[in-house]
Write a protein that binds this ligand. Structure first.
Ligand code: NAD
Ligand code: ZN
Length: 366
């Protein structure tokens, strides 16, 4: 399957050495404290002397205008001109925000994504969406702009905390559920994330996303299928952010896994997903992600949050729902009542799951 022409998978040192054969007037590397510690030492020997490091604190709470100002200020201080290069070395926060800063600095300088989380490798760094959060709204300010190139090296995943790895894995599962049933069966065959051949599955997952994005780069239609699981998933993510203590915080992929279960339940009713395929999806996702504890009195607030989703049109909720494993529809209208029913169904699913022999399986730490 084909990768986008701006993406290289392999040893980052090799990709970077090739890239640096182009001439740039200055080079800056954007990192957070973790990617500075774990990822920068891997690329530093390849970078030319005199490159600048721009370090920002890690975390979604810093993906905002204030941090952008610091990045633009650092570029200004180093007198970066239109021929400068910004290398975004990190997860999706770094690639979204660094890309946005580069695309707007002096009306646009070249930038390279070196994604270092699984989520950024298969999702955030692919497809050209850049942006930041604004006044509590996720990815509210941003632009579409493809990077000069994306260098993907799955050896960065070795230092990634397991929970982050599992979170990114939800997007791989999503790509397979919406567009490639064979990939779903391959991904769900692995018993442990340690057993996964990352280079192979990351390559395949990017190719799936590319096949979708290249047909609809500005999300007028087909690209919306990438939002499967995200209407309810985002709502759950936002609800937890606003109403639960930080130690109960959810990672993006954890919320999306729950969103995919609830939306698949709705898909059985609205787009004809076979019940047996729903059971299979539910089983695998609950086994890997466990169940998020949502109580019934929280359902109405979560459903209300889903109403604010950017993808809705004229106040009507538009869902992307699978019809079968590997096939997805978009612009499926839904009511708040239906969203509440799906969330209730999720709440009422037994947290305890059993394998085919009826043996209880340990829940993964939620
Ligand atoms: N643009 C898009 O199309 C798109 C798609 C999906 C998600 N996103 C965005 O991506 C962001 C989430 O990305 P994320 O999950 O990568 O989060 P992140 O960038 O916050 O990274 C997660 C954590 O892992 C650390 N980290 C990164 N690489 C590491 C490594 N190799 N070893 C050890 N630690 C490492 C980071 O410092 C951070 O603490 C969200 O802001 C989301 O909106 C964008
Ligand atoms: Zn996502």
């Amino acid at each position: 399957m084909q990768l986008p022409d701006y993406v290289r998978i392999g040893q980052v040192q090799k990709g970077l050495a090739e890239l640096l054969q182009h001439s740039f007037s200055a080079i800056a590397v954007l990192v957070d404290e973790n990617t500075y510690q774990y990822c920068y030492p891997i690329v530093a020997p390849i970078l030319p002397q005199g490159h600048q490091i721009i370090a920002i604190p890690s975390g979604e709470q810093h993906k905002n205008l204030q941090t952008c100002q610091q990045i633009w200020q650092a570029l200004t201080n180093m007198q970066a001109d239109r021929n400068a290069l910004l290398i975004n070395l990190g997860g999706g926060v770094i690639s979204d925000m660094g890309g946005f800063c580069a695309a707007t600095y002096k009306r646009g300088i070249r930038f390279v994504q070196i994604p270092t989380t699984l989520l950024a490798q298969v999702d955030a760094s692919i497809g050209g969406k850049l942006g930041i959060d604004f006044q509590g709204f996720k990815n509210h300010i941003g632009v579409f702009q493809l990077p000069f190139c994306v260098l993907i090296d799955t050896s960065f995943l070795a230092t990634l905390p397991w929970r982050q790895l599992r979170s990114g894995f939800a997007e791989l599962l999503k790509h397979s559920l919406i567009a490639d049933w064979q990939a779903w069966h391959e991904l769900t065959r692995a018993h442990h994330l340690q057993d996964v051949d990352w280079q192979k599955v990351v390559h395949h997952s990017i190719a799936i996303k590319e096949r979708i994005v290249s047909q609809d780069p500005h999300e007028k239609g087909l690209r919306k299928i990438l939002n499967f699981g995200h209407t309810l998933g985002h709502a759950i993510e936002t609800y937890f952010l606003e109403n639960r203590p930080a130690e109960q915080g959810l990672l993006h992929g954890e919320a999306i896994a729950a969103g995919m279960i609830a939306e698949a339940w709705l898909a059985v009713r609205k787009t004809g997903l076979p019940q047996q395929e729903f059971e299979e999806i539910k089983w695998h996702l609950l086994q890997l992600y466990g169940k998020i504890a949502i109580s019934q009195h929280e359902i109405a607030s979560i459903a209300q949050l889903a109403l604010q989703d950017k993808k809705n049109q004229n106040g009507i909720i538009q869902l992307s729902l699978i019809e079968a494993i590997g096939a997805c529809k978009y612009n499926v209208p839904a009511t708040v009542k239906e969203l509440k029913e799906a969330l209730l169904a999720y709440c009422q699913m037994p947290a305890e799951i059993h394998d085919n022999n009826g043996t209880s399986i340990d829940q993964v730490g939620m």
